[in-house]
Design a protein around this ligand. Structure first.
Ligand code: MG
Length: 264
């Protein structure tokens, strides 16, 4: 099932998407998409609604450096210069106010001279949980969506920690839909900037897979329904400038596309 959130002429609602590509309809969910959602009976053609970020997260937890080739491009080689060591995952949080939906502009703040895309697979949590073992992670996951962990790269280096660099409004594009029944253990992840492929990898190359990531994070903090985990970006990160368009695709999950503007 594909779940999301739309603005219709009648207001904002969670929905399920049905039908063939190009002729989809969205069915209104009565309350929230967790558990077994119930439907109001109303539906609209997809073309008649605006697609919003698919979920309202209480927090967005991110994994830093989960693909060896990205660690390498960021200068994180092992002391012997040859081997990337698989360390414990580094985690950080993006504020939920950074979330935007598909087609909403990413706004480059004037305080940064380099704002980068980071295409990522996102995990959406489906129920309250704590201390989840990797083997049980699927029981607490609602589904998967696509994210862009937008980063003010110059401020990430300058600040020593990443709250400012990762936390600007619009720095967490998310969507368009949450796919509930996907196998994401080995799917392609690809980022295009103005149609040029910049990142292309597979989720099977993650150093810590989805189960391990859920176990690691839920050992630290309680996860709530709707919380979002960004699972890290592969190599090929780079800057975006105003007027460009960035699109992140996770195979079988969807394509998330956003224009880039400078803050006025
Ligand atoms: Mg990232």
């Amino acid at each position: 099932m594909r779940l999301g959130r739309v603005a219709s002429p009648d207001g904002v609602a969670f929905v399920a998407v049905e039908g063939e590509q190009g002729a989809e309809t969205v069915r209104e969910i009565a309350e929230h998409p967790f558990g077994n959602p119930t439907f109001t009976g109303r539906s609209w053609p997809l073309a008649d609604v605006r697609v919003l970020a698919p979920i309202l997260a209480s927090k967005v937890i991110c994994i830093g450096k989960n693909y060896a080739a990205h660690i390498e491009e960021m200068g994180g080689v092992a002391p012997d210069g040859t081997t990337i060591k698989v360390a414990d995952p580094v985690i950080f949080i993006k504020p939920n106010t950074s979330i935007i939906g598909p087609e909403v502009p990413i706004v480059r703040p004037p305080s940064s001279e380099r704002v980068d895309y980071e295409g990522e697979l996102a995990v959406v949590i489906g129920r309250p949980c704590k201390d989840v073992k990797a083997a049980q992670a699927k029981d607490v996951i609602l589904g998967y969506t696509v994210a862009n962990d937008v980063t003010a790269r110059d401020q990430q280096a300058a600040d020593g920690q990443w709250t400012r660099a990762k936390g600007y409004d619009t720095f967490c594009p998310l969507g368009p839909w949450i796919t509930t029944d996907a196998d994401v253990s080995d799917v392609e992840i690809r980022t295009e900037l103005d149609g040029v492929v910049k990142q292309q990898s597979r989720t099977s190359l993650m150093l810590h897979d989805v189960g391990a990531v859920v176990e690691w994070i839920s050992a630290v903090m309680t996860l709530l329904p709707g919380d979002v985990i960004l699972t890290g970006t592969p190599s090929g990160v780079g800057p975006m400038t105003a007027g460009q368009r960035v699109s992140v695709t996770v195979e079988g999950i969807g394509t998330l596309s956003n224009p880039v503007v400078d803050k006025q």
